[in-house]
Ligand binder design. Structure first.
Ligand code: NAP
Length: 275
């Protein structure tokens, strides 16, 4: 039912479940519920402080670990070689698993050479502790450095992406190198629900504005989206997007919405790509 991206030998579900700000029993229950609904791609991070509950939610679902595409991230204070290794091992212990499918550098930093971080990620991959290496919040220059200077095969770059932000440059480079783009904050943290244009398109298809925004993302080549939902009704609605299609008129209208409205802008010292 859910679209799958076949990439570098991986099967990456184009729709995943984001867990930022979920904690405790709510996190455990929502991860389990998402899996019961059919989500097979779960996104967490060390900085979210919920890896234990994410692991418990996966276990409680009864779905075998190898059917889930599990993603976690290394925070900026752990990007030295040995720190990457120990951060990943701690994540695996908390998640109660032998491997994650994808480990991401959560944000770039100028304080550690990128090659040092990527060397550690490559070691984790060769030991089988992670299946794939990825990055997050990387601009094109940083992706280029990882791929062309350091020769690392990246599976994904996770960046903010929704109808109010163009990621054309990141998308163009990623596609040219067989890298997927994972859209975080795909419903713009709920803002899309108030958008008149998205609501109009939604009415036409008997869907909601959030479903239209998610459909717009996952119809794009090499793009996946990871909406977060603490409300079970949102969680269910967000996966009910594989039974309709947008048309050219819808896409043109969404493309025409004002872009460059970034929500998350942690100061990493690197400039975002211009539109
Ligand atoms: N790599 C990074 O630096 C980074 C940064 C930010 C986020 N992320 C990842 O991306 C995930 C998603 O991003 P996000 O949490 O920032 O934003 P988001 O998924 O765009 O928005 C989540 C918000 O939208 C609401 N919502 C979700 N589905 C809805 C629906 N169908 N109808 C109406 N409202 C809906 C949620 O409400 P309820 O909770 O009440 O359901 C919540 O308030 C995160 O959880 C995290 O895993 C990564």
């Amino acid at each position: 039912m859910v679209k799958i991206l076949d990439i570098q030998g991986a099967s990456l579900p184009a729709l995943g479940f984001g867990t930022w700000s979920l904690s405790g029993s709510r996190c455990r229950e929502m991860v389990c519920y998402a899996i019961e609904l059919g989500y097979r791609h779960i996104d967490t991070a060390t900085i979210y402080g919920n890896e234990v509950e994410v692991g418990q939610g996966i276990a409680a679902s009864g779905i075998s670990r190898d059917e889930i595409f599990l993603v976690t991230k290394v925070w900026t204070n752990n990007l030295r070689f040995k720190a990457v290794l120990s951060s990943a091992e701690e994540s695996l212990r908390r998640l109660d698993t032998d491997y994650v499918d994808l480990l991401l550098v959560h944000w770039p930093t100028r304080s550690v050479p990128l090659s040092e971080t990527l060397d550690a990620m490559s070691e984790l991959r060769s030991k089988g502790r992670i299946r794939h290496v990825g990055v997050s919040n990387f601009n094109v220059a940083l992706m280029r450095e990882a791929v062309e200077v350091h020769g690392v095969k990246l599976l994904a770059n996770q960046v903010e992406y929704h109808p109010y932000l163009s990621q054309n440059r990141v998308l163009d480079y990623a596609r040219s190198r067989g890298i997927t783009v994972t859209a975080y904050s795909p419903v713009a943290k709920g803002r899309v629900t108030r958008d008149p244009a998205l609501k109009r398109i939604a009415r036409k298809h008997g869907k909601s504005a959030a479903q239209v925004a998610l459909r717009w993302l996952i119809e794009q080549d090499a793009v996946s989206a990871i909406p977060k939902a603490g409300d079970p009704a949102h969680c269910r609605a967000n996966i009910e997007i594989f039974d309709f299609e947008l048309d050219d008129e819808d896409r043109n209208e969404i493309d025409a919405l004002p872009k460059q409205n970034r929500i998350t802008d942690m100061s990493s010292g690197y400039a975002w790509d211009p539109d």
